[in-house]
Structures are given as structure tokens and as C-alpha cells.
Write a protein that binds this ligand. Structure first.
Ligand code: SF4
Length: 207
């Protein structure tokens, strides 16, 4: 396969081992998966879907580097986090580091969910980004497929944003907990006064 100069795998070489390049992180979200969850938005997505909710996440340039161990400690420090959700950006372009993070959090009893613009079939194929199988093996839930504007769903009862996306529940214990709605909004006021708005179809707004 020819690797183009702007291919994500080239940009990702700037990330030190056992680190993630993230767009943002929040604790105690109730609109990004079952229960009360930490949410990690990774930096970098090559898809450029029209009406993407987080276009600031497209660039693969370094935004915020964080060690996997540090992020795991931060998430586990808050006892209200019963799970973690990976969003983006495209989580599977940083699959190896996320698999390592997921392993540490699962060992502590948290559930792990991820969004992806890939389909599950693509992630299970040989052309999937490095580390995809390791990350898939850690997941309790995967919401797969890119956002397609013409198939958008605006419903208080839908956990997905467009009808092509699928909720894959790998952990049967969570089967009856697919109850969040993708068009809810949540505002987090941080200790330093800054604000994070999230929830609307996976969006992240920092101010
Ligand atoms: S896959 Fe998600 S993050 Fe990437 S461009 Fe599409 S909507 Fe945005």
C-alpha cells in the first residue's frame, strides 16, 4: 500500500511510546455511554465528514500529550467514573495506547466503550490501523461507522447520530444499558472556571 505524506501513521510517529495525543478529557459524563463515564477525545481524524461535531479534532498535529499511566490514574481517582468512552478524532488511529489504557481501567472494574468512523468489519480486517485487534478485545461496546449527514437522527431515544451507525455490545451485562440519547447536552464547569460542553452527538466544545 502506498503511504501518502499526510497519512495518519506518519503523523503518529511524533507521539512518544505509551502516550496519547488527545483533544480533551472529562470526568462524570452521563451522555456519552451507559452510566457515569470519563470521556477521552483523541486528536486526529482523516475522514472530514461534512457536519462533523468536532472538526478541531481532525488535525494529527500534537495537541495535548498525556502518558497512558497518568490518564489511567486521573480517571481512577474519581470514584464516580464507572466506565470510560473513547471518542474523537478517530480512536483506532491510536489503538495501541488506548488498548493499554483500557486494560488498566478494566482491571479496576470500569467498562470501556469506543466510537469509531471505521466499520467493525474494517477493524477486523488486515488493513485496520495497528493495535486495532488489541483494542477491540478490550471493548464492552463499540459504536461503529462514520457520521453521515443525510442519515442523521435527531431523537431523544437514539444512542447513535446517523442510521448507518451500529451499537455493538460485546459485554452482555450492558445490553439493557443502551439508554443514553445522542442529542443531549451536558455542561461541565471546571475548577479553573473553564467550561466543557459535551454530549450532542459526541461533541466537545472547550471554552
Ligand atoms: S469520523 Fe467522527 S471525528 Fe472523524 S470527521 Fe467523521 S464525525 Fe468527525
Amino acid at each position: 500500500m502506498e503511504i501518502k505524506p499526510n497519512h495518519p501513521s506518519l503523523a503518529l510517529t511524533k507521539i512518544p511510546p505509551n502516550h496519547l495525543n488527545i483533544m480533551g478529557y472529562v470526568d462524570e459524563s452521563e451522555v456519552n455511554g451507559p452510566g457515569c463515564r470519563a470521556v477521552v477525545w483523541v486528536q486526529g481524524c482523516p475522514r472530514e465528514c461534512p457536519s462533523c461535531f468536532n472538526p478541531e479534532s481532525w488535525s494529527f498535529e500534537i495537541n495535548q500529550l498525556i502518558a497512558v499511566d497518568t490518564l489511567a490514574e486521573n480517571i481512577l481517582k474519581n470514584p464516580r467514573n464507572t466506565g470510560v468512552t473513547f471518542s474523537g478524532g478517530e480512536p483506532f488511529w491510536q489503538a495501541s495506547a488506548l488498548a493499554s489504557l483500557a486494560g488498566k481501567l478494566k482491571a479496576a472494574g470500569l467498562s470501556v466503550m469506543s466510537f469509531t468512523g471505521f466499520t467493525l468489519k474494517q477493524l477486523q480486517s488486515k488493513s485496520a490501523p495497528p493495535g486495532s485487534q488489541e483494542l477491540l478485545a478490550q471493548l464492552d461496546i463499540l459504536i461503529d461507522g462514520p457520521f453521515v449527514e443525510s442519515l442523521a437522527i435527531h431523537s431523544p431515544n437514539s444512542p447513535v447520530s446517523s442510521s448507518n451507525q451500529r451499537v455493538n455490545v460485546f459485554n452482555p451485562a450492558l445490553k439493557d444499558q443502551i439508554t443514553w440519547a445522542s442529542d443531549q447536552i451536558e455542561v461541565h464547569i471546571l475548577k479553573d472556571g473553564s467550561r466543557i460542553v459535551t454530549g450532542y452527538q459526541g461533541s466537545l466544545e472547550l471554552s
